[in-house]
Design a protein around this ligand. Structure first.
Ligand SMILES: Nc1ncnc2c1ncn2[C@@H]1O[C@H](COP(=O)(O)OP(=O)(O)OP(=O)(O)O)[C@@H](O)[C@H]1O
Ligand SMILES: O=C(O)c1ccc[n+]([C@@H]2O[C@H](COP(=O)([O-])O)[C@@H](O)[C@H]2O)c1
Length: 211
């Protein structure tokens, strides 16, 4: 069965924590493709510092030439909050019923899943993969833990079922965050090796994340 992993984020900016996770998830799941989806108006946080266009440009520069990784800009084309359930419904309608879709969510984001719009429907559209992240233990809301617990399966199962499975993966675990990168830039510190040089060049060119 064809298998697509869907990894959404604010990516303000995209960094090596995201990128290493994307590459490893694709390998670990033996997924055919991994799609990065920059969100337009992230529902549960303040407005991003960089514009949608700038965040999209940084994501594209970061993964240029990376095999099997694609950038999907659909959420930037909708002027509504980027509800994942809407995005997955749209993707499901496009790819059809017989393709495995796996939504990739970091542990910090998953801990807030109970606040997501219509979160109960997510497993009817896709599998969910929880990504371990340093400094963020998985501490799920009780209702979420109950639903995901019932869906728990081995990672090898995710590519064999189109939706409805849940699995946790601990990958390389880089303690990098976009907040820390923005703070370093405001403070005039180096961010080299935390994110790709192409993204740093773009940030400098556009004078992003300055005081
Ligand atoms: N270092 C990391 N390792 C694994 N997953 C990560 C890492 N950083 C972010 N993620 C995950 O990537 C997705 C998008 O994250 P996001 O764009 O919000 O980055 P962030 O670094 O958490 O940003 P911010 O510091 O602004 O909150 C989320 O599911 C998040 O949990
Ligand atoms: O659907 C929702 O209500 C929802 C609420 C919060 C976050 N999300 C999605 O979760 C992903 C990670 O979000 P964030 O804010 O941690 O970058 C991103 O793709 C968001 O669109 C989705």
């Amino acid at each position: 069965m064809r298998h697509i992993a869907i990894f959404g984020g604010t990516f303000d900016p995209i960094h090596n924590g995201h990128l290493r996770s994307a590459v490893e998830v694709r390998e670990e799941l033996a997924a055919d493709e991994l799609w990065l989806l920059p969100s337009n108006r992230p529902p549960l946080r303040d407005r991003p510092t960089a514009s949608s266009e700038q965040r999209l440009a940084m994501v594209m520069a970061a993964v240029h030439g990376e095999p099997g990784v694609r950038v999907d800009a659909r959420e930037l084309l909708r002027d509504t909050p980027s509800y994942t359930v809407d995005t997955l419904s749209e993707i499901r309608a496009e790819v059809g019923e017989d393709i495995a879709l796996t939504l990739v969510v970091g542990s910090d984001a998953l801990n807030k899943l109970h606040q997501w719009h219509d979160w109960q429907r997510l497993l009817s559209l896709a599998n969910i993969l929880a990504l371990g992240r340093p400094d963020y233990e998985l501490q799920l809301d009780a209702a979420v833990a109950d639903q995901l617990g019932k869906a728990a399966c081995d990672k090898s199962q995710l590519g064999l079922q189109s939706r409805g499975g849940f699995c946790e993966l601990k990958l390389v675990q880089l303690a990098i965050s976009a907040t820390d990168i923005r703070e370093r830039l405001v403070g005039g510190q180096s961010v080299r090796y935390l994110l790709p040089d192409a993204v740093i060049d773009f940030i400098n060119q556009q004078q992003l994340y300055r005081r």
